[in-house]
Design a binder for this molecule. Structure first.
Ligand code: SF4
Length: 443
């Protein structure tokens, strides 16, 4: 049997896309290899949202040159965002002449035919530049994410934040039909998944392109009406589109998690304007106020960018101020890196030293808030969905609270996939530890 090995870079959306790549390969008789050396096909599912992911991909692809020399029949394919950038496929092709297949983000469904027809013996480069290609709902999925099933609800983005490459490489917003999504939700529940994460670049604008009254609030409401015990999470939200209707649906539902990832990016209105984010710090705080009023137990997480072109010390302090006011349960903090082809890449950049100093201060601030919030969990009971063993501590498993906090408890593999009540007994920064307080639930 032929074997595949997939290397994935970037976000959860790419992780799920790799499940689709795997699904197509399993469908034509491949099985998964443990490493590139054992594989007949190696796929690099790339990401160009940040410089680090791009550099890692370049390094890893280059490292396969010698393996290809030893195994000339090995097929090497590069897919994902890096191939779809302007000039990206040509650059990859020139730098890595031993790569056999280069597919754009809208072309991955061509992979099985290319492999089956052995067209890969000749180099194949296929890039569809249409920003609004039709959605292919027929791609099989080989799920690899344990208790959680990812489900795309839409593709692409219309927002053109000035730092972001996504709209250029993933096209415009295209929503899947609600009935297709509901059918997928029912399907994964029938397969035993206990948690579903709805995926889209901007889930809050789900349905606006369908022009039939469909909205994200309506989708969540329909999903919440499906019978059974399960959890729903979603990502990513955009503060300009995050509506009170969505908050109301989540607050009323028993299975949509009180865990909202709402990227703020900056607390400075000047920076937000240059980023083309289309909301102000005050508007962001108003959404947060409403969320907390309706769901006092909510866990709000965020993405915060440091070092956007022109960011002053005052801008940075405004970001720290909003971090203190919102008290995110956790935040993904990162340093801006210019992306070719985006407007911000042409703006005046700030020095790496300033960026380094600011990110260090921000991380320290956020860590102290996360630590304080963790202490508030002590002595309280929560329900967790056990996701996996915790390899850091022998004889333990871990799972998340509804608000998204990771809790480690004593237990074994048999608990994975079950909901458990836990009493929190210890907190270490972002990590919580507890004791099971209920017998194991039937899975
Ligand atoms: S909303 Fe902005 S940051 Fe998010 S994917 Fe779209 S353009 Fe990129």
């Amino acid at each position: 049997m032929q074997k595949y090995f997939i290397v994935t870079y970037g976000c959860q959306m790419n992780v799920h896309e790799s499940e689709k790549l795997a699904g197509m390969l399993v469908n034509i008789g491949y099985s998964e290899a443990k490493c590139a050396e054992e594989a007949d096909v190696v796929l690099f599912n790339t990401c160009c949202i940040r410089d680090t992911a791009e550099k890692r991909a370049y390094g890893n692809i280059g490292a396969l040159k010698s393996l290809k020399k030893q195994k000339p029949d090995l097929v090497i394919a590069v897919v994902g965002c890096m191939t779809q950038q302007k000039g990206g496929a040509a650059a990859l092709s020139a730098k890595f002449p031993f790569v056999d297949i280069i597919l754009g983000t809208h072309n991955i469904d061509e992979l099985p035919v290319i492999l089956q027809e052995k067209r890969a013996k000749k180099r194949v480069i296929s890039i569809n530049d249409d920003p609004s290609p039709a959605i292919n709902d027929e791609i099989p999925i080989h799920r690899t994410s344990g208790t959680n099933a990812w489900i795309n609800i839409m593709y692409g983005c219309n927002n053109f934040c000035t730092y972001c490459i996504v709209p250029y490489v993933r096209g415009r917003e295209r929503s899947r039909k609600m009935e297709e999504i509901l059918a997928d939700v029912k399907q994964v529940l029938s397969e035993g998944y206990k948690e579903i994460t709805l995926l889209g670049q901007n889930v809050d604008s789900y349905g606006s392109d369908l022009k039939d009254g469909t909205s994200f609030a309506l989708l969540l409401k329909e999903i919440s009406l499906i019978e059974g015990k399960f959890r729903v999470r979603f990502m990513t939200s955009h503060p300009k589109d995050f509506s009170k209707d969505v908050v109301d649906v989540i607050a009323r539902s028993s299975n949509i998690c009180h865990n909202i990832h709402l990227p703020i990016q900056s607390g400075s209105n000047d920076v937000l304007k240059k980023m083309n984010r289309k909301y102000t710090a005050e508007q962001y705080l108003e959404i947060v106020r409403y969320i907390k009023e309706k769901m006092p137990d909510v866990g709000i997480t965020s993405d915060i960018m440091i070092g956007f072109p022109g960011e002053t010390e005052k801008d940075f302090e405004e970001t720290c101020e909003i971090v203190k006011q919102v008290r995110f349960s956790n935040a993904f903090t990162f340093v801006y890196s210019p992306r070719n082809g985006t407007p911000a890449a042409k703006m005046e950049q700030i020095s790496p030293d300033v960026k380094k100093s600011r990110i260090t201060r921000l991380v320290k601030l956020q860590n102290s808030i996360t630590k304080e919030l963790s202490k508030e969990y002590l002595g309280k009971e929560f329900e967790i969905l056990v996701e996996d063993v915790n390899p850091k501590y022998e004889g333990t498993v871990c799972g998340r609270t509804d608000s998204g906090r990771l809790v480690t408890v004593k237990g074994d593999q048999s608990l994975i996939g079950s909901f458990q009540r836990v009493l929190i007994t210890e907190s270490k920064s972002a990590s919580l530890f507890g004791n099971l307080i209920q017998t194991k639930e039937e899975k």
